[in-house]
Design a protein around this ligand. Structure first.
Ligand code: PEP
Length: 246
C-alpha cells in the first residue's frame, strides 16, 4: 500500500545528546501527523534514538548495511547487528555511497536482499547526474537502477520497501527538481515496478534539497508520497514543517 512518509537522513551529523534533544523537541509536535516519520541516524546514535522513540510515532533507520552475515569485514555492520537493536529501516544505495564508496547496482541489490532477509525495511535511493539529465537520459538511468536494485525480490516484499528518487545534482546543492519533473521521474519508477511485479502501490519519495518552502508543492503531485530529507532534517523545526506539509 502507498503510504505518506517523511524520512530524515542525518548523514555524518549529530551526537547522541543532539539526538535526544532533537527527539524531545520534535516528538510532542508530530503526534497527530498523517505521515510515517523516519529518522535515519548514524550508527552511534541508533541505540539512543531507538530507546527514546519507543512508544512514539517516530521510526528509526540506519544509513547503510553490509551484505555479508559476519566475518573479516573490518568496519562493516551486518543486517543482524542492526536488527538486534530493533532498527527498523536502512537507507541503501544513497548517491554519496555510490560515488564515494564505489557502491555498484549489484552491491545495492545484495544489500537490499540481505536487509529484507533480516527483517529490515530498505529505503532504496536512485537518481541521475546533471549530465544524464541534460542528455535526456534521466528516466533510463533511474528505471535501470530500480530494476537492478529489485532483482530477486518477491511481490510481497514490496510492502516493506521504500524507493527514494534523488537526482544527484539536487542533493545538498539547494537546487530542487521542479515538482513536475520529480513527479514524472517517480511515475516512471512506478511503471518499472509495475512491469516487474504487477504492483503500483509502492511508496516512492522525492529527495534533493527539500525545505519547508518547497515541500508542499512537491507533495501536491499525485505520484510523490513524501520526501527523504537531508540538510533540513537536522533542525527539528524545519523537519516538523516538512512533515506538516505532507
Ligand atoms: C539526502 O541526503 O538524501 C538529501 C536529499 O539531502 P538534501 O536534502 O540535503 O539535499
Amino acid at each position: 500500500m502507498r503510504r505518506k512518509v517523511i524520512a530524515g537522513n542525518w548523514k555524518m551529523n549529530m551526537l547522541p545528546n543532539d539526538t535526544i534533544d532533537f527527539i524531545n523537541e520534535l516528538e510532542p509536535n508530530i503526534k497527530k501527523c498523517e505521515s510515517e516519520v523516519i529518522l535515519c541516524v548514524p550508527y552511534t546514535d541508533l541505540f539512543y534514538a531507538i530507546s527514546f522513540c519507543q512508544g512514539t510515532n517516530i521510526h528509526i533507520g540506519a544509513q547503510n548495511v553490509f551484505y555479508e552475515d559476519s566475518g573479516a569485514y573490518t568496519g562493516e555492520i551486518s543486517a543482524q547487528m542492526l536488527k538486534c537493536i530493533n532498527t527498523e529501516y536502512v537507507i541503501i544505495g544513497h548517491s554519496e555511497r555510490r560515488k564515494l564508496f564505489n557502491e555498484t547496482d549489484e552491491i545495492v541489490n545484495k544489500k537490499v536482499l540481505k536487509a529484507l532477509e533480516n527483517g529490515l525495511k530498505p529505503i532504496i535511493c536512485v537518481g541521475e547526474t546533471l549530465e544524464e539529465r541534460e542528455q535526456n537520459k534521466a528516466i533510463e538511468k533511474i528505471t535501470d537502477q530500480t530494476e537492478k536494485a529489485l532483482q530477486g525480490l518477491t511481490k510481497e516484499s514490496l510492502e516493506n520497501i521504500i524507493i527514494a528518487y534523488e537526482p544527484i545534482w539536487a542533493i545538498g546543492t539547494g537546487k530542487t527538481a521542479t515538482s513536475k519533473d520529480a513527479n514524472e521521474a517517480i511515475k516512471a519508477i512506478r511503471a518499472k515496478v509495475k512491469e516487474m511485479f504487477e504492483n503500483t502501490d509502492i511508496t516512492i519519495l522525492y529527495g534533493g534539497s527539500v525545505k519547508p518552502e518547497n515541500a508542499k508543492e512537491l507533495f501536491d503531485e499525485p505520484d510523490i508520497d513524501g520526501a527523504l530529507v537531508g540538510g533540513a532534517s537536522l533542525k527539528a523545526s524545519s523537519f516538523e514543517s516538512i512533515i506538516g506539509a505532507n
